[in-house]
Design a protein around this ligand. Sequence first.
Ligand SMILES: Cc1cc2nc3c(=O)[nH]c(=O)nc-3n(C[C@H](O)[C@H](O)[C@H](O)COP(=O)(O)OP(=O)(O)OC[C@H]3O[C@@H](n4cnc5c(N)ncnc54)[C@H](O)[C@@H]3O)c2cc1C
Length: 353
Amino acid sequence: MQVDILIIGQGISGTFLSYYLQKEKKSFVVIDNGFVNAPSRVAAGIINPVTGRRIVTVWKAEELFPFAWQAYNEIGHQLGITAISQKNIIDFFPNPFMRESFLKRIEEKAEYLHSFPEQNHFNLYFNYEFGCGEIRPAYTAHLETLIPAWRKHLQQNSQLREEEFDPALLQTGNEKIVYKDIIADKIIFCDGAGDSSNHFFKQLPFAPNKGEALVVEIPGLPQQYIYKKSMTLAPLAEKDMFWIGSVYHWDFDNAEPTPAFRKNTEAVLKEWMRIPFRIVEHRCGIRPATIERRPFVGLHPLHKNIGIFNGMGTKGCSLAPYFAKQFVDHILYNLEIDPEAGISRFQKILSRN
Ligand SMILES: Cc1cc2nc3c(=O)[nH]c(=O)nc-3n(C[C@H](O)[C@H](O)[C@H](O)COP(=O)(O)OP(=O)(O)OC[C@H]3O[C@@H](n4cnc5c(N)ncnc54)[C@H](O)[C@@H]3O)c2cc1C
């Protein structure tokens, strides 16, 4: 089988990379092992424009967010699914300081932050002593619908191999990439925190961290918002189902869910919710985060037919569509990749191979 591009991984990164290659009528095949704990199968898909205690706008929000909205709608339209919804965030202030900080940022005319006039609107559902504000617009990407729908689409076009990629079988010596019976012009690793790409990109400053979440059933809780207090409660596509998370474990020796997270989250829910809930599932995944919190996008400086599309960290849902398009434009038309995301910033260390 001869293709233009061999893609390793069909998380949100491999999904959008293959989507833009398809739009350009390029041939490709995706190898994915269907790992259930891949972050793209664990995340709630929240696209939140602000971050941190000072509630500042996230990196490149003005470009990334409208792009993501359009990209998810386009791919959803092709697949006949809803791939994204606007879900504004109701930010319940956990203490008077956070309330003050939020209101001060509104006074400063911070983008995305709004007062919520009906302060008692959520009394039926939640305990909240210090009021709430609204973060708008915010979105959820419906990964639990999109990833399987795109997978099915790939399967129907014979563009997916559901198997483990074995780096030992990869031949890269010549101009072409050879893997088993696949001959490709290029191989692009979208394998997240998996280590199949390590041989070529092991010098990149990854800083993987482990996250956990619970899936809970909360009958009657309106699903048009994301709710945030000490944790984030986000609606899933299925009726009455919500996702609550998350944590950032920097020190971990396995990818298993921890009883401590479940216990703590259940306690948070008991204190926060005024209506019954039922825990349905406990999820866990390793985020492909990077030390400088910027993605890794580009072709290897020494091996021009080997590329990486990774390092999406905590924000894969907004980063992946935008940078997948940039990467495809770079491969096909030699357009520049944003220098903050492009791996040419690591040219020196990657050239030490
Ligand atoms: C608990 C949690 C909550 C999160 N919440 C959000 C959120 O709300 N919003 C947001 O934007 N981001 C969130 N993230 C981060 C987000 O999930 C990631 O940034 C994103 O999913 C990374 O996507 P990816 O495709 O690069 O990697 P992955 O999702 O890891 O995908 C890699 C794919 O490659 C496959 N693969 C790996 N190795 C091999 C191999 N050797 N052979 C074959 N296949 C292989 C895997 O099966 C997988 O399908 C969260 C992450 C976690 C863990």
